[in-house]
Design a protein around this ligand. Structure first.
Ligand SMILES: [Zn+2]
Length: 219
């Protein structure tokens, strides 16, 4: 049945394309690369099947202004974050909110490039001899959306390097403050801690521990 096989192949291919549509449930997510598997990474769609994957660094719509990841980049996270992200997503679902992922595992070379463009460690972690945070797949940049995929009003866009982007900024409006608080509560329920300097950045267990730099492709 070559035709059926072709259809299945196309479906699998489409499932691997990140976009703003709701993620395909787990069984249709292609296996991660051997290097990613060896690093203990999982594709977040196998953990949060209804996650919206909108990797901004796989587009030119980011603070660097150029595409830093391949177009077929995935949201890879260390497996230690998996149960917590599932818990957070469930908590948000009960409030009619979906989890949106803007960034997950970030290769070292991309971290270096970002720091060259924005050499302020308050906003971009300084690359060092050891990997931490996004470079180990233990931090995520997230926001929320309604069931139709409309992003919640959080008071600023992603990578808005202004005081309004700090997690507990004042003057962002009651609605944005409530949306941020709901996101923080859900993530906290899953053991993910807010980075006070950015409302979208959350650290999983061991995110601050220095580890050997990885050589894992992001796709
Ligand atoms: Zn981050």
């Amino acid at each position: 049945m070559p035709r059926l096989r072709t259809l299945i192949a196309v479906a699998v291919l489409l499932a691997g394309v990140p976009g703003t549509a709701a993620a395909t449930p787990g069984p249709n997510v292609p296996a991660v690369s051997e290097a990613a598997r060896a690093a203990g990474f999982v594709d977040v769609r196998t953990v949060v099947p209804d996650a919206i994957i909108d990797l901004r660094y796989a587009t030119a719509n980011n603070f660097v202004g150029t595409q830093l990841y391949p177009a077929n980049a995935r949201c890879l996270v260390h497996e230690s974050l998996a149960p917590g992200l599932a818990t957070a997503a469930a908590a948000l679902r009960s409030r009619s909110r979906l989890l949106v992922f803007w960034d997950c595992y970030r290769p070292h070379a991309v971290q270096v490039r970002m720091f060259e463009v924005a050499p302020n460690p308050n906003w971009v972690a300084r690359p060092g001899p050891l990997a931490r945070s996004h470079e180990t797949g233990r931090s995520v940049d997230v926001t929320t959306a309604d069931p139709y995929g409309h992003l919640a009003d959080m008071g600023t866009d992603f990578d808005d390097f202004s005081p309004r982007a700090t997690a507990f900024a004042e003057g962002i409006g009651a609605r944005a403050a409530a949306e941020r608080a709901a996101l923080r509560e859900a993530m906290k329920a899953g053991g993910l801690a807010i980075y006070p300097g950015e409302w979208w950045h959350f650290n999983g267990p061991g995110a601050d521990v220095g580890r050997p730099i990885l050589d894992v492709p992001v796709n």
